[in-house]
Design a protein around this ligand. Structure first.
Ligand code: TRP
Length: 444
């Protein structure tokens, strides 16, 4: 007997949990704090929040709309809405890039698994030099490889479960859990001595740092953290019910996303300051921290808490889980394309993508330059370009009536007036222009 096909989210809350799960990930907990440290703390945070409101939300709605209006996988949704045009390639490229992003993302996911394991076994308690320990771990290629493969398999196992039984069901459990723990940890971090310095560092803008690369960094972070420009929301959009309120859901996701990023930073920065030895310039250390920030500063901070093992195990478990809800969205993009476009079964599609991701992950583990290049090219070049094209598409090319129908759910939502106008205006003029300017400004 053929199983009933699982091709849509079963509930709206589940759909929001899945979308928020995609958005909230390493981007918030690992990438955001280190980017903020690089971009001058508060200044970066302000730009990020502005970008999130003005580009993140409208583009998030746009991708969901294109997906839902076409009910196709990312590679074909543009083709359905604008047949026989070059728009088709936007979707195809998004699918290809989603695989590249996943290839380096799973490497960091592997690191989080390692730190979870180290916390659980208590090994982390015996470390005195966290930077040294992190460097040693970085040099251990086989171990990183095993963890990366493990994480990829875990992701594939959920994607295999299908849209509502795999993706939605797991996100509905994982997201609330993650949030509760983050709040607990942030409160704990803020009550440490010296924490106020870290808080000020995160909140106070340093305008001397203002330059093109900080702006580009904030824009890139918006795309990365809202899962834009890689087909993820195009894919999820197709699974959303026709009566789901896309503008409101997108705002909810953006809010949750920003909150998690800020909470994670409030935990990392104050703890870094609280732990600084007298005379140590923590702001400098933070700036240098880069990818290691999460794996050097956080465990060090945890060590000082009563019940360190429990705190750090829970923290790294939940970082891993946040990452997992993101990797499943990334894997679903190409898996959906294989099974919808090429008619393969979900099992075969998932397995093919799993093998490709593991191969890319292996490359990024071996070669730090491949890793850095993947992040740079995808977040700072391809995602803004993808975002630019999506805004042009929904702003100019997509049938106006269809845009209205999607935005207002066929007139049942009271968004047809000013809100729709503002949305269209941003997509037509503001987003494309600003993306181009920041893009050029960021590179000169
Ligand atoms: N948004 C995720 C994060 O912040 C990463 C991510 C998941 C992503 N899916 C995506 C980024 C699709 C770009 C496109 O960690």
């Amino acid at each position: 007997m053929k199983k009933r096909e699982d091709v849509a989210f079963a509930s709206k809350i589940g759909a929001i949990a899945a979308a928020a799960g995609s958005a909230v990930g390493l981007g918030n907990i690992w990438r955001f704090p280190s980017q903020a440290a690089e971009g001058g703390g508060g200044l970066f945070v302000i730009f990020y929040l502005v970008c999130l409101c003005f580009f993140g939300v409208p583009l998030f709605i746009s991708e969901l709309m294109v997906g839902r209006a076409s009910k196709q996988d990312a590679s074909r949704c543009f083709q359905v809405l604008a047949p026989k045009t070059a728009w088709h390639w936007v979707g195809v490229i998004a699918v290809l890039v989603s695989i590249i992003v996943l290839g380096y993302y799973v490497v960091v996911c592997g690191w989080t698994l390692y730190y979870f394991w180290q916390s659980l076994t208590g090994a982390l308690n015996h470390i005195t030099d966290f930077q040294g320990a992190f460097n040693d771990f970085q040099a251990n290629i086989p171990l990183q490889m095993i963890l990366m493969v493990l994480f990829s398999i875990l992701t594939a196992a959920i994607v295999l479960g299908g849209v509502s039984h795999g993706i939605e069901a797991s996100c509905k459990i994982l997201m609330p859990l993650l949030f509760l723990l983050l709040i607990g940890l942030a409160i704990r971090a803020l009550t440490l001595p010296g924490a106020s310095e870290g808080f000020v560092y995160l909140m106070k803008p340093d305008f001397t740092k203002l330059n093109g690369s900080v702006l580009l960094g904030a824009l890139a972070q918006t795309f990365f953290s809202m899962s834009l420009g890689m087909g993820a929301m195009l894919t999820y959009g197709a699974y959303c019910a026709d009566d789901m309120n896309l503008p409101k859901s997108s705002m909810t996701v953006a809010l949750v996303n920003a909150l998690v990023a800020v909470l994670a930073s409030l935990m990392i920065f104050p703890s870094a300051f609280a732990l600084a030895a007298p005379g140590e310039n923590m702001a400098e250390i933070l700036k240098e921290g880069g990818p290691g920030l999460l794996f050097v500063t956080v465990p060090k901070f945890m060590l000082n808490l009563p019940g360190a093992m429990i705190w750090s195990s829970a923290f790294f478990l939940l970082v891993s889980l946040a990452a997992l809800t993101s990797t499943i969205s990334l894997m679903e993009v190409s898996t959906a394309t294989l099974y919808k476009k090429f008619g393969l079964s979900r099992f075969v599609s998932t397995m093919i993508i799993l093998v490709i991701v593991i191969a890319l992950g292996a490359l990024c583990t071996y070669s730090p330059s491949a890793f850095i290049m993947s992040d740079y090219i995808s977040a700072k070049i391809l995602m803004p370009v993808g975002g630019f094209l999506v805004s042009i598409f929904v702003g100019w090319r997509m049938d106006r009536n269809l845009v209205k129908v999607q935005f207002t759910n066929g007139g049942t939502l009271p968004y047809g007036g000013g809100l729709l106008k503002a949305f269209s205006f941003i997509l037509r003029y503001v987003a494309p222009a600003v993306i181009v300017v920041i893009f050029i400004y960021g590179f000169i």
